[in-house]
Design a protein around this ligand. Structure first.
Ligand SMILES: Nc1nc2c(ncn2[C@@H]2O[C@H](COP(=O)(O)OP(=O)(O)O)[C@@H](O)[C@H]2O)c(=O)[nH]1
Ligand SMILES: [Mg+2]
Ligand SMILES: [Zn+2]
Length: 376
């Protein structure tokens, strides 16, 4: 029953795919090639295993999902690039309805390329080295994978509209650390700040992120900081660009690529019938460098169960917290609190502690609302 429903849904998607015009593969510039992306040992082993059990081994290819246009994947394999759909089995792997199982941009996949078919079929998502996920919807929301196999997250924050939003930087830092990627803070639109203002901004951001995180200041308008960004994404690595809508992400990517690859500012992407298109997830290859995935602008970055990322983003606080007298110490009023002792001794910076405490409290609250025993 479920199977038939899925098949129907998949056929409807197929029909939709023909109705809407997706950009033709050969018109896409900056598309990463298979060789630009890295297959790791676990992925290769999983692919070999899958291949050995496959009835269509001869038609199977190792590939990467490098674009999603309205949810339709574009896959690159050695010497080939084509649109693909998902195998029917996908929707309910492991008996769960979970978008997290569907191929995301950056995913390494086993894809079937049958002769005579213009579309490939993604048969299997190979183990993700990293997975940048976000909660969608409220308390009982679903996880959505925004990008897979990313090494670096470029946390983009615009300068110039008052003080930098440290809360956003902190959340992004926690999310990046949580999924095992390296965060780099990229402050854009530096041309909108005077030198004194810039020093002030940098001081605040540095105070929050500490010495362990790289900060790059850019101005796409003036071509400033571009080489520094490039240096964060060397050949063979993959970065994801994360920031609010309007932060200057697409402009930065265009500046890095040297041409208008992505629509920016108020230009709304429309298909040929003038309809507003849903966001495309695009990966581009930097000439001589790695690849960057342009994620949609995210308004909110809720933290749910990202304790590991919090501890990695604030290691000195996490280390002190292990020495507190009470295991569930909130580091606010408890006796024997090693974190407050660290603060008093000057080993822990107040601005970092304030931020840590706020995010930790938020995570405790969201964990409560996600309690599986609570029926919503
Ligand atoms: N002054 C200035 N404006 C910029 C810069 N980069 C982007 N912008 C402007 O910021 C707006 C949003 O940029 P966009 O790249 O579309 O942001 P995105 O939503 O993050 O992709 C556009 O109007 C850009 O022209 C910059 O370096 N300096
Ligand atoms: Mg954009
Ligand atoms: Zn404590």
């Amino acid at each position: 029953m479920a199977k038939r429903g899925q098949r129907g849904a998949s056929r409807r998607r197929e029909v939709r795919a023909r109705e809407i015009t997706l950009p033709a593969v050969d018109t896409l510039r900056d598309l990463p090639a298979f060789a630009d992306l890295r297959v790791d040992d676990a992925q290769r082993a999983a692919y070999e295993e899958f291949l050995a059990a496959s009835e269509n081994a001869g038609e199977m290819r190792l590939g990467f999902v490098v674009r999603l246009d309205r949810g339709f994947p574009l896959v690159v394999t050695e010497g080939d690039a084509f649109r693909a759909e998902h195998a029917v089995a996908f929707a309910k792997q492991d008996g769960e309805k979970d978008d997290g199982l569907l191929p995301a941009v950056g995913d390494c996949v086993a894809v079937r390329r049958a002769p005579g078919h213009d579309m490939g079929v993604i048969e299997r998502v190979l183990p993700r080295r990293t997975s940048f996920e976000r909660w969608r919807g409220r308390s009982r929301g679903e996880k959505q994978v925004l990008a897979a196999n990313v090494d670096v997250i470029l946390i983009v924050q615009a300068l110039g509209a008052g003080d930098v939003l440290l809360d956003r930087v902190a959340r992004s830092l926690v999310l990046a650390n949580d999924c095992g990627t390296t965060p780099v803070v990229v402050l854009t639109k530096a041309d909108r700040r005077s030198e004194a203002e810039l020093a002030h901004d940098l001081g605040r951001v540095r105070g929050l992120v500490g010495e362990g995180t790289r900060i790059v200041v850019t101005s796409s308008a003036e071509g400033e900081g571009l080489d520094e960004v490039r240096a964060c994404v060397p050949a063979g690595t993959c970065a994801m660009i994360l920031g609010e809508s309007g932060a200057g992400k697409s402009t930065l990517l265009n500046a890095l690529l040297g041409h208008e690859a992505l629509a920016t500012g108020t230009v709304r992407e429309r298909d040929d019938r003038g309809r507003h298109t849903t966001v495309a997830r695009v990966m581009v290859a930097l000439p001589g460098g790695g690849t960057i995935a342009d994620a949609p602008g995210l308004r909110s970055l809720p933290l749910v169960g990202h304790e590991r990322g919090l501890a990695k983003a604030f290691p000195e606080i996490a280390a002190a917290a292990r020495e507190c007298r009470f295991r569930d110490c909130t580091h606010v009023h408890e006796p024997g609190c090693a974190v407050r002792e660290g603060l008093a001794a000057g080993d822990i910076a107040e601005e970092r502690l304030d931020c840590y405490l706020a995010l930790a409290a938020e995570m405790r609250a969201s964990a409560d609302s996600l309690d599986p025993d609570i029926v919503l």
